[in-house]
Design a binder for this molecule. Structure first.
Ligand code: CA
Length: 641
């Protein structure tokens, strides 16, 4: 008898491999599939249902799952037969009531709209050559991030891309060549896990959403696949996208939204472990630090574990290179540090170091921007530099540095050094942070626009009355020069290189394609913009002086020239920067409508950036005979000897 049990155990171990997460999900085996789910202690019963389709129809089997051991919160079932291509749901009973069917929190494949888990063999989802796919080796200090939405990028006819609005768009030469030509080396894709707001059964109709409404965290979104009814399609196509980008030397960063879910009542979290995953206020109401009606409780053991295992899963299964944490300030510091420690060092991690409302745990424990120094290896967006350039976040029409408004200079300088401690910055005059928050410059994301708020041209139009197109372009190029010469990690919104506009819409999360689409025709209409961006990115990549990557080096080698209203200038001693071929480098930003001068030692300098041109091989030379060089009106200037 005993020998028989042992034999069964051995056979089961052979045919039923371990589930990726021991506490939730399904593991497919050709002769049996194993199911498991973790519940709260008070769970009374768990029903497992097997279906032929991802939507509709009656279950072909209903199984009462069994506790792993008496009193255990782990429920298991093994179902004999080859279930490949079938679907499943769990339904957990609490207080005499079933919570409703769901795929659990650990589905790695789902049917249309993510209502049911899918039973597939993940090996079949790997594109050809997938085992040879490797994450490109690019250090954090060398990253140039391009933030994009699948639909924005390719949906317009002018894109010339075949798979419009799909993962596969990024496998096409037209897309890859554009990104390579621009020079970016990381794409940050807006939420690409399965989200709720696009109905995958109606993809023949135009539907748009950014996707900050998570349903299944560990499955790609069906709306971006060619067939959301086929569970393998979205997985394979996502991998094809990663593979194509990696071949082009471009990293793939996933925008992850663990801080809240689409809803509470119907969420997979709530249906499996009611109230465990969400924070509550003292009065028993749900806390809403996300501004979306709920906030998750990263400080709880199973939520923390879920986040750690989820990001690890994306790295292992999909070869993801980095994560951008939406409202990272809703998560606790310990969780972010646990995630950092659990991921390979080359995985880049950054996030929004703020929340959208007050959270139910104290700010000192939260992964806020001000606490970044307690999270080594994790970066936060700098709203200091962004708002000092374009204007404050709480207004769509107030101008700042770009609009010729004085008083933003120290905030620009704060962004130039990468939010680290630097003797040349007067922190008392910085707009938000009155102290450096980063220990290393790679802990700050430098940017002037992202999917949130107006894109750059719209903001310039809204904040500078009567600006001509020439002026808009000058200021646009100037703004990105500040970003690309920052010691932080530069980040740009997709389409800025095409002088994208969103017709003034500042929160376009569900706006139609006519607002959100990139108009690739602008590449011909305003070729000087793409040319300048290319030149600027090439300049940054070729010159380590602009991305030293170490706070000590920045403090030693970068010094500011005297600050004047609407004029910020700095010098880098390139001789002390390993790998740098330039000697003295001077960078100046002048947002006056008239030319200004900066003081430099006498000598001849090569101009690499001025007015509408940026070319690292040199535009012309300038001789400073009286210790001065001119910075044209509304222009950046970069010179070196
Ligand atoms: Ca979906």
């Amino acid at each position: 008898m005993r020998r028989f049990t042992l034999l069964v155990a051995i056979i089961m171990a052979l045919v039923v491999p371990q589930v990726i997460n021991a506490s939730n999900g399904v593991t497919y085996g050709p002769s049996a599939s194993a199911f498991s789910i973790e519940t709260n202690e008070s769970a009374q019963q768990v029903k497992l249902r097997i279906y032929k389709a991802g939507l509709g129809g009656k279950p072909v089997k209903t199984i009462n799952m069994k506790r792993n051991a008496a009193g255990s919160t782990l429920w298991q079932a093994s179902v004999k037969g080859d279930l490949q291509g079938m679907f499943y749901t769990f339904d957990v009973k609490y207080g005499g009531k079933f919570m409703g069917e769901c795929p659990g929190i650990w589905a790695t494949a789902v049917g249309v709209n993510g209502h049911r888990g899918a039973i597939i063999d993940m090996v079949n989802t790997n594109p050809q050559g997938w085992s040879a796919d490797k994450r490109p080796n690019i250090a954090a200090k060398d990253l140039i991030i391009y933030e994009m939405h699948h639909r924005d990028f390719s949906i317009d006819e002018s894109s010339g891309i075949q798979h419009k609005g799909k993962f596969l768009a990024l496998t096409e030469p037209r897309a890859i060549d554009h990104l390579k030509s621009l020079g970016v080396n990381a794409v940050h894709i807006l939420p690409s896990f399965d989200y709720a707001s696009v109905d995958e059964t109606r993809l023949d109709e135009p539907q748009y959403n950014w996707g900050y409404d998570p349903v299944n965290y560990n499955v790609p979104e069906g709306g971006y696949s060619t067939d959301p009814y086929k569970p393998e399609a979205r997985i394979r196509e996502f991998k094809q996208m990663v593979q194509a980008l990696h071949k082009a030397g471009i990293k793939v960063i996933l925008d992850v939204v663990y801080n809240h879910t689409w809803n509470i009542d119907g969420s997979n979290f709530q249906r499996t472990r009611p109230d465990y995953f969400y924070r509550k206020n003292a009065d028993g109401t749900y806390s809403n630090g996300s501004g979306c009606g709920n906030e998750t409780a990263s400080e709880r053991e199973a939520m923390r574990e879920f986040m750690v295992e989820s990001v690890n899963y994306w790295v292992e299964e999909y070869h993801i290179d980095g994560f951008r944490f939406d409202l990272m300030g809703v998560h606790d510091i310990e969780t972010m540090n646990t995630i950092r420690a659990a991921l390979p060092q080359d995985i880049f991690i950054y996030g929004e170091g703020w929340s959208a409302g007050s959270c139910a745990i104290p700010n000192e424990q939260l992964a806020m921007k001000a606490n970044i120094s307690r999270m080594p290896g994790i970066a936060a967006f700098s709203d200091e530099m962004r708002d000092a350039l374009r204007g404050p976040w709480n207004s769509n029409s107030k101008a700042a540095f770009l609009g010729g408004v004085k008083g933003n200079e120290e905030s620009i300088k704060f962004g130039i050094v990468g939010a680290i401690e630097h003797p040349g910055v007067d922190y008392s005059k910085v707009n938000y942070s009155k102290a450096p928050y980063a220990t290393e410059p790679t802990q700050m994301i430098a940017y002037v626009s992202c999917h949130d708020d107006m894109c750059l041209v719209d903001r310039l139009k809204a904040s500078i009355q009567g600006a001509t197109i020439d002026e808009l372009i000058r200021l646009d190029l100037l703004a990105q020069t500040v970003v690309m010469t920052s010691q932080g990690v530069p980040f740009m919104l997709s389409g800025e290189e095409m002088l994208r506009d969103k017709q003034g819409v500042h929160n376009s999360f569900e706006s139609p394609d006519s607002i959100n689409h990139l108009d690739w025709g602008n590449l011909e209409r305003y070729p000087q913009v793409m040319e300048y961006y290319k030149g600027l990115i090439a300049l940054r990549k070729a010159h380590p002086a602009f991305h030293m990557g170490s706070a000590d080096m920045v403090r030693r080698n970068l010094d500011f020239l005297p600050t004047e209203n609407c004029l910020v200038a700095f010098h880098i001693n390139g001789r002390n920067v390993p790998g740098e071929t330039w000697g003295d480098i001077y960078v100046a930003f002048n947002t006056h409508k008239r030319a200004r001068t900066i003081e430099v030692p006498d000598g001849t300098y090569t101009i690499v950036c001025r007015n509408l041109k940026c070319d690292l091989t040199g535009i012309t030379t300038v001789t400073a005979a009286d210790g001065k060089v001119t910075v044209p009106a509304q222009s950046a200037l970069i010179i070196h000897n």
